[in-house]
Design a protein around this ligand. Structure first.
Ligand SMILES: C[S@@+](CC[C@H](N)C(=O)[O-])C[C@H]1O[C@@H](n2cnc3c(N)ncnc32)[C@H](O)[C@@H]1O
Length: 293
C-alpha cells in the first residue's frame, strides 16, 4: 500500500514518536525497511519540508510497529520480518538469531583463505549453527559450483534457513542437517575444504546482563556459550581435524575477549596456521586454522 503525505507531516510524526522513546537510528531503519523511505531521501526532507513524500506503508502501520517495539522490546527486525545483510535481504523470525553486521566479514575472510580445488572437484563447505542461513546463502552464492551443508540443532532455525536458502536458486542446492555440530555430517567428514561457524559464545554472566531486547527475544541457544562462553568453540575445535579435508580451513567468530583462547583451542586440536583476524573496529573477533596437508 502506498501512502502520500507532506514531508512536514512526516517529520512532525517522527519527532512525536521519538518523544515516546527509542533511538532515532532505529526509527529511521523502520522508515526505510517498512516505509520504503531511504535515509538519503529523509535527509532531503529536512531541507525541503514543503515537498510531499510517498511511503510504502501508512503511518498508522509504522506507528503500531514502533509502539510495539518500545513496549515489548521486540527487535524491529522480528516485527518487520526482514533484515538486510551483505547484499541479501533475509527473512528473520523469533527462534533464530538476527544476523549481525560483523558476521558479514566471515564471508570475505573465507573467500580470501580458501583455495579452490582442482577443476572438476567441487569445493565442499559447511556452516555450523546456520541460524537464518545467512552465511550458507552467501557461501553458496560465492561459489556456485560448490557443495554446501548447513547445520543447526534448532528446528526453528533450520526452517528459517530453508526459507532463505530456498528463495535463491544457488541456495536451493545447500543441504540442511539437524543435529549438534559435526554429528549430522557423518557422510562428508574428512572432505570439507571450508567450515565456517558463528557459534553461541557469550559467557553466562554477560548473557544474563544483556540488553533485554536481545536476551529476552533472541534464542538462548544461539547466544549463550556456557560459563566462559567457549563450550561451542571447544566442541567445534575438537572435531575439526577429522572433519576437514587436508588443507581445509575452519573459520570461527568469537566474543571480543576470546581471541587468545580460540586460537589456542584450534592449535591444541591439531590444526596449523592458526591466526586471529580483526573486525572493522580493529577487534580480534575471528579465528581460523587449517588441517595440515
Ligand atoms: C550465533 S547463532 C549464529 C546464526 C547464524 N549463523 C548467524 O551468523 O547469524 C548460533 C547458532 O548455533 C546454533 N546452535 C547452538 N548449539 C548448537 C549445536 N550444538 N549444534 C548445532 N547448532 C547449534 C543455534 O541454534 C544458532 O542458530
Amino acid at each position: 500500500m502506498v501512502s502520500n503525505l507532506a514531508a512536514a507531516e512526516l517529520l512532525a510524526w517522527r519527532r512525536e514518536q521519538l518523544q515516546a522513546g527509542g533511538e532515532a537510528s532505529a526509527l529511521d531503519w523502520l522508515l526505510d525497511l517498512e516505509g520504503g523511505l531511504s535515509w538519503q531521501t529523509l535527509q532531503q526532507l529536512w531541507l525541503h519540508p514543503e515537498r510531499s513524500v510517498e511511503l510504502a506503508a501508512p503511518l498508522s502501520r509504522l506507528e503500531q510497529l514502533w509502539q510495539q517495539h518500545l513496549q515489548s522490546k521486540t527487535p524491529l527486525q522480528y516485527l518487520v520480518g526482514r533484515c538486510p545483510w551483505r547484499d541479501l535481504e533475509l527473512a528473520v523470525q523469533p527462534g533464530a538469531l538476527i544476523p549481525r553486521q560483523e558476521t558479514e566479514l566471515l564471508v570475505d575472510l573465507a573467500e580470501a583463505l580458501v583455495e579452490l580445488p582442482e577443476r572438476g572437484t567441487p569445493l565442499r563447505w559447511a556452516d555450523l549453527g546456520t541460524g537464518s542461513g545467512c552465511l550458507a546463502l552467501a557461501l553458496a552464492r560465492a561459489w556456485p559450483e560448490s557443495e554446501g551443508w548447513a547445520v543447526d540443532q534448532s528446528a526453528d532455525a533450520l526452517a528459517l534457513a530453508k526459507r532463505n536458502l530456498g528463495g535463491d536458486p544457488l541456495g536451493q542446492a545447500v543441504q540442511l542437517r539437524q543435529g549438534s555440530w559435526w554429528e549430522p555430517l557423518g557422510d562428508c567428514l574428512g572432505s570439507l575444504n571450508l567450515v565456517v561457524s558463528n557459534p553461541p559464545y557469550i559467557p553466562t554472566d554477560v548473557w544474563r546482563a544483556l540488553d533485554p531486547q536481545v536476551r529476552d527475544h533472541e534464542p538462548e541457544l544461539a547466544l549463550h556459550g556456557g560459563s566462559d562462553g567457549l563450550d561451542a568453540i571447544r566442541a567445534i575445535a575438537h572435531g575439526a581435524a577429522a572433519a576437514l579435508a587436508p588443507g581445509g580451513w575452519l573459520l570461527l567468530e568469537h566474543h571480543h575477549d576470546q581471541s587468545e583462547a580460540a586460537v589456542a583451542l584450534l592449535r591444541q586440536n591439531g590444526l596449523s596456521n592458526a591466526a586471529a583476524h580483526f573486525d572493522l573496529e580493529g577487534v580480534k573477533r575471528f579465528a581460523c586454522a587449517q588441517r595440515p596437508s
